[in-house]
Design a protein around this ligand. Structure first.
Ligand SMILES: *[C@@H]1O[C@H](CO)[C@@H](O)[C@H](O)[C@H]1NC(C)=O
Ligand SMILES: *[C@@H]1O[C@H](CO)[C@@H](O)[C@H](O)[C@H]1NC(C)=O
Length: 415
């Protein structure tokens, strides 16, 4: 059960949904080799996280009360200054001790130096304070090599966003285009996803602003407590959240769609949660996870992948979209107004009137993931060709499967 071990190792990595964009000569494409390097680096970070007794506390929005996270390492200066409206972003970070690690990486990269020092620019820099780097830098008696320079450059570009985004303007669900463009996104910028929960803003779930709106002449700086990691491919995003997508990750592997979800560019995954899969019932699940059910499983999963990359805000704006799927049939995605108990309306995204996308915009290197609460059924072809899995046939297959003792790979659904 190598996969299970992979899942539990990955579960130690705290959620990092989200990646940014270089321009022109900085347009880097992530090779498979780099992605592996990035991912193994990331897993080791997760390993360390596990050893810390507690994650840093949530940071309040009040900039006067930043409560930097307690850290078991030698002290860092985690209290950035107020900036200087007469200096560029580059000059501000180079003069502020709280950003000494960031500065040591930035100063070696000419493109970044130019961009952050340009008087024409109007940027937001999400600037990790020194302790954010420390967790990546070793300690704990282990010496870990830093990621390759190209990965560091990509990571830095992921922290640069066009236009000034003040902290108070960051809203739940907002997507920020970064300086990292990816071939796997059709040469479009990778995005950061803003989460807001009880007045705390988190970028890609994990990075919190610990000092906001630091002034500069060519933009603003938001000091953050965790590095923003460019997210992995869609398959690895599901692997990172076993408590939500464990069954989906397992099903994808089982159906032989793992490489498809890793390698295909610009796709959207409507991702049924573990809870959604369990609604199918144990019998249906057992069948789908059997050898006999494998083709049907593949068909169902392919129907959850749109070959069109579509983010939540586009769906909300369009109200109605027919999306092509990898399976062949279309998905009908519609926005409905719901009138909940408390009187204020909110909009929900529904797929085929069957499922509801309750978390949108999980960012991945090759697309985006929207979490859904029901597994979608694949439409039957009118001429019946190829689609003969009506209820009776499925039941028959399930019965056959249940009598087939040797077809047992020991999966259980206890997650
Ligand atoms: C940044 O720009 C200023 C002029 O605006 C210049 O004096 C300074 O040398 C530049 N710094 C770097 C590191 O290029
Ligand atoms: C999608 O909508 C079209 C047009 O309204 C309809 O014909 C089709 O049956 C719908 N498909 C599904 C899977 O709901």
């Amino acid at each position: 059960m190598r996969f299970i071990r992979l899942v539990s190792a990955a579960s130690l990595v705290l959620p990092v949904l989200g990646f940014v964009v270089p321009r022109e000569q900085d347009s880097l494409h992530i090779s498979t080799e780099n992605r592996d390097a990035f991912f193994s680096f990331n897993l080791r970070i997760g390993d360390d996280d596990h050893k810390h007794p507690k994650h840093p506390p949530k940071h309040p929005k009040d900039p006067k009360d930043p409560h930097p996270p307690p850290h078991p390492h030698p002290p860092h200066n985690d209290k950035p200054g107020d900036g200087d409206a007469g200096k560029t972003i580059l000059e501000v970070i180079s003069n502020d001790e709280a950003f000494s690690k960031l500065w040591s990486f930035v100063k070696e990269r000419e493109t970044l130096v130019k961009a952050l020092n340009s008087s024409d620019a109007d940027l937001t820099l999400f600037a990790p304070v020194d302790s954010a780097f420390w967790e990546h830098g070793g300690g704990h008696g282990k010496h870990r090599p830093p990621p390759p320079p190209e990965i560091i450059t990509q990571g830095l570009l992921y922290h640069v966003v066009d236009h000034q985004h003040k902290e108070e303007d960051l809203k739940n669900g907002q997507l920020l285009d970064t300086g990292l463009t990816l071939g796997s996104l059709g040469d479009k910028p990778q995005k950061i996803r803003v989460f807001e929960h009880k007045h705390h803003v988190a970028l890609n779930l994990r990075s919190h602003i610990i000092k906001d709106d630091i002034k500069a002449s060519n933009g603003i700086i938001q000091a953050i407590d965790h590095i923003l990691m460019p997210p992995p491919d869609l398959f690895h995003v599901t692997v990172r959240f076993p408590k939500i997508f464990g069954l989906l990750a397992l099903a994808v592997k089982r159906a032989g769609l793992e490489e498809y979800l890793k390698e295909t560019k610009t796709i959207t995954l409507f991702a049924p949660t573990n809870w959604a899969f369990k609604k199918l019932g144990v019998k249906k699940l057992k069948y789908l996870f059997s050898h006999k059910g494998k083709e049907e499983l593949k068909k169902i999963l392919s129907y959850h992948v749109s070959t069109e990359l579509v983010y939540g805000p586009e769906i909300l704006e369009a109200k109605n979209k027919q999306l092509p799927t990898a399976e062949g049939h279309h998905l009908n995605v519609t926005v409905k107004d719901k009138d909940p108990e408390h009187g204020h309306k909110h909009q929900v995204i529904e797929i085929n009137d069957q499922a509801h996308a309750f978390i949108t915009d999980g960012i991945a290197a090759n697309g985006v993931l929207h979490a859904i609460d029901h597994v979608l059924s694949v439409p039957k072809d009118e001429d019946g060709e190829g689609d003969d899995d009506d209820e009776e046939d499925v039941m028959e297959a399930v019965l056959e499967y249940l009598m087939d003792e040797e077809d047992d790979e020991g999966y259980d659904f206890a997650w």
